[in-house]
Design a protein around this ligand. Structure first.
Ligand code: MN
Length: 355
């Protein structure tokens, strides 16, 4: 405990305010002076589970997504059981999204129709519990034109205020020009895009070292997606596009200075991709938000605050894959002022997803 505190102060110097003991005591009583609105909280529906099992021929793997196991009943509960768990953990509202890999493994007609069904079910759950749930739209990148239509329907009719993609689709990333209409629609509809991990694409498959598939491979896959968007000039073309990354930014904040420094170095040697208006880090600080999903830990949070600023960090649990009460308790135990905790857990989440 003392060592952790020492590391924290060593890492961020004066950037963190002293632990507010009154806030901690209030939190322990379940009465925080701010709301908890975690924003990477998964669900699924029976029809998608069935299609995923069929697609995977009932063989579970990281590519299949959860098709067996203890998470399934939790994923499929969009009602009382989920609400009881939230109450027990002190969660005010979950911002829900379809569990990874969403509909991105399916053939086009299946993906498009199941994506719509998932969005309809999500909207119904929000309508039934408008103070407890909000949600991010799913879509099938396999059919960009249908994806644009579905995003428009989700924003205008279902009133969803964000969208989520599970990184690559058939090994391709959204920097490919064929997906630009999706990015254009997200920007026009003011829908932030959460880029969530999934099994690594063939191009980065070596990062999925057995035993480190999630802890490292997912971050390489998803961080690579983010850097591809920056490197392709997506944020010069769509300057108001907002991207959300989980897991404390998938490693990027930690690397950001080196990313900028070596971008200049590399482009001086091999000037092939240096047509950006700004440095990569400027896009990261302006167009991206990061969340604490699976990473409610003081040291990486301190580094993230020092790198991207308190206003660009959002609280998340990663329910049901992380322990919800433990994640809340872990965040509570981090030494930050009430003002900063309110920003991360409530104000920034409300602003980002217009809640
Ligand atoms: Mn997740």
């Amino acid at each position: 405990m003392q060592r952790r505190s020492f590391l924290q102060s060593a890492l961020v110097g004066g950037a963190l305010a002293a632990l507010d003991t009154s806030a901690s005591a209030a939190a322990a009583n379940g009465k925080r002076p701010y709301k908890l609105l975690p924003c990477e909280e998964a669900f699924t529906i029976p029809e998608i589970l069935e299609a995923a099992r069929k697609h995977a021929r009932n063989i579970p793997s990281w590519a299949s997504g959860p098709i067996v196991g203890p998470a399934l009943p939790l994923l499929m509960d969009l009602g009382e059981g989920r609400l009881r768990g939230m109450d027990a953990a002190g969660i005010d509202m979950q911002i829900l999204s379809l569990g990874s890999p969403g509909v991105q493994n399916f053939d086009v007609p299946t993906a498009v129709s199941l994506g719509k069904l998932a969005n309809d079910r999500l909207a119904a759950a929000i309508k039934a519990h408008p103070t407890r749930f909000a949600g991010l739209a799913t879509f099938a990148p396999q059919d960009p034109a249908a994806a644009v239509k579905e995003l428009e329907r989700c924003a205008n009719e279902l009133k969803l205020t964000g969208a989520l993609v599970n990184s690559h689709t058939n090994g391709e990333y959204l920097d490919d020009p064929k997906y630009w209409p999706i990015l254009e629609a997200l920007e026009a509809l003011n829908l932030p895009l959460y880029i969530h991990p999934r099994d690594a694409a063939p191009g980065v498959a070596g990062a999925a070292v057995p035993g480190f598939t999630v802890g490292w491979g997912f971050a390489v896959e998803t961080g690579t997606h983010a850097l591809r968007l920056i490197g392709a000039g997506i944020f010069d073309r769509f300057p108001k596009l907002t991207i959300v990354l989980g897991h404390m930014g998938e490693g990027i904040p930690y690397f950001l200075e080196r990313i900028d420094n070596r971008w200049d170095f590399e482009n001086a040697l091999f000037p092939t991709s240096a047509k950006l208006k700004r440095k990569p880090g400027e896009y990261f600080r302006n167009n991206f938000l990061i969340t604490t999903s699976g990473m409610n830990v003081a040291a990486p949070l301190a580094a993230a605050i020092a790198t991207v600023g308190i206003d660009r960090i959002l609280f998340a649990v990663d329910y049901p894959f992380e322990n919800q009460p433990k994640s809340v308790a872990d965040f509570d135990a981090i030494a930050l002022s009430v003002e900063d905790k309110r920003k991360i857990c409530e104000t920034n989440v409300r602003r980002t997803f217009r809640l």
